[in-house]
Ligand binder design. Structure first.
Ligand code: PLP
Length: 377
């Protein structure tokens, strides 16, 4: 079966009890036990729910893993995975990691005794150089947010194997349609399902997938024990959204590529960051580990004045936090996704006041380009 078909037919599309071709929203917090000596498969809504299970198994199948877990947000998914570690453990993470994950690591997990080293993962040697005796994991994000920097997944897996480390990735920007890290040896794939998996800017959720039974047990223990589960209705929305993942990704990516090339030719643009451009530093590595460049790109305008004019005058682009929806979204990382990062750190990483991130939706690319240019004229 080809991947596009698997998105719709992965064994989780028909309700086992009714034959409904949309898994019902099992809006129940608990389940009657017919025989207390032999409890049924489901006993309490936090521990399990059929709508959630359909979503979890669908994303697991699409990521190529056996175990999936849905959480109340992407950040709940990340923090729940990080909760499998213990005080004294050391984790290596990308220096340009999503701002919310940076805040969580630096404001919570370091307080709980977990040490984190932030490194530039564009060069795998930096990862290896950061390994210590008590290092337990490598956390990857590629392409990274917001500069779309690329880390070499196979090189990271080799380093992890050599030192006995767990590898995990935030795969939000690519979705499993474009990048399947488990197939490259990564242990855990994490999504803010709020983005491309849901695809319609109408639900907040997170999903984690692994093929390792030992890690699956730990993650489920946290999911049930900490309890940051995703509610049945939101699970249903995500399950429905995933059905159009291929169609959305293909079309949004096509427009993103056109917009990236067009931006490169504009006099008011200083630099464009998109892994589909040959000029992008990680172009070749990305092409070797993903089947497309995705629908998110960033660019630096020539001045802050131009940046502000674009944001003020666009009519089609929503100026908003988030990405991955069918509507195009223009984000301002310094005030949005990376506001939690100290200014000096942002400046050092190139997340400047002139940087704009675009999440390209399903509108016609020509209209989107005209809309961006409106502010300049
Ligand atoms: C790459 C990435 N990871 C994680 C998150 C957090 O996800 P959520 O907003 O669903 O909690 C985001 C949100 O913007 C993100 O862009």
């Amino acid at each position: 079966m080809k991947y596009g078909t698997k998105i719709l037919h992965n064994g989780n599309e028909v309700d086992a009890h009714t034959g409904a071709i949309s898994i019902p929203i099992y809006q129940a917090s608990t389940y009657h036990q017919h025989d207390i000596e032999q409890p049924g498969k489901y006993d309490y809504g936090r521990s399990g729910n059929p709508t959630r299970e359909a979503l979890e198994k669908t994303v697991a199948a699409l990521e190529g893993g056996r175990y999936g877990y849905a959480f109340s947000s992407g950040i709940a998914a990340v923090s729940s995975v990080l909760s499998i570690f213990r005080p004294g453990d050391h984790i290596i993470a990308p220096e340009d990691i999503y701002g919310g994950t940076y805040r969580m690591l630096t404001s919570f997990f370091t307080e709980f005794g977990i040490e984190v080293s932030f490194v530039d993962m564009q060069d795998a040697n930096h990862i290896e150089a950061a390994v210590k005796d008590h290092t337990k994991a490598i956390f990857l994000e590629t392409p990274s947010n917001p500069l779309l920097k690329i880390a070499d997944l196979k090189a990271a897996v080799d380093i992890a194997k050599k030192h006995g480390l767990i590898t995990m990735i935030d795969n939000t920007f690519m979705s499993p349609y474009l990048q399947r890290p488990l197939e490259l040896g990564i242990d855990i794939s994490i999504h803010s399902a709020t983005k491309f998996l849901g695809g319609h800017s109408d639900v907040i959720g997170g999903v984690v997938v692994t093929d390792r039974e030992d890690l699956a047990k730990k993650i489920y223990f946290v999911q049930n024990g900490y309890g940051a589960i995703l509610g049945p209705h939101d699970c249903w929305l995500l399950h429905r959204g995933i059905k159009t993942l291929r169609a959305r990704m293909e079309m949004q990516q096509k427009s993103a590529g056109e917009i990236a090339k067009w931006l490169q030719q504009q006099s008011w643009v200083e630099e464009v960051y998109y892994p589909g451009l040959e000029s992008h530093k990680g172009f070749h590595i990305h092409a070797g580990q993903a089947s497309g460049a995705g629908a998110v790109l960033s660019f630096k305008a020539v001045s802050e004045e131009v940046t502000k004019a674009i944001m003020k005058n666009v009519k089609l682009w929503a100026v908003a936090v988030s990405l991955g929806g069918v509507e195009s979204i223009l984000s301002y990382p310094v005030k949005m996704s990376h506001a939690a990062m100290p200014e000096v750190e942002r400046e050092r990483l190139g997340i400047t006041n002139t940087l704009i991130r675009l999440s390209v939706g399903l509108e016609e690319a020509d209209d989107l380009m005209e809309d961006l240019a409106r502010g300049i004229s």
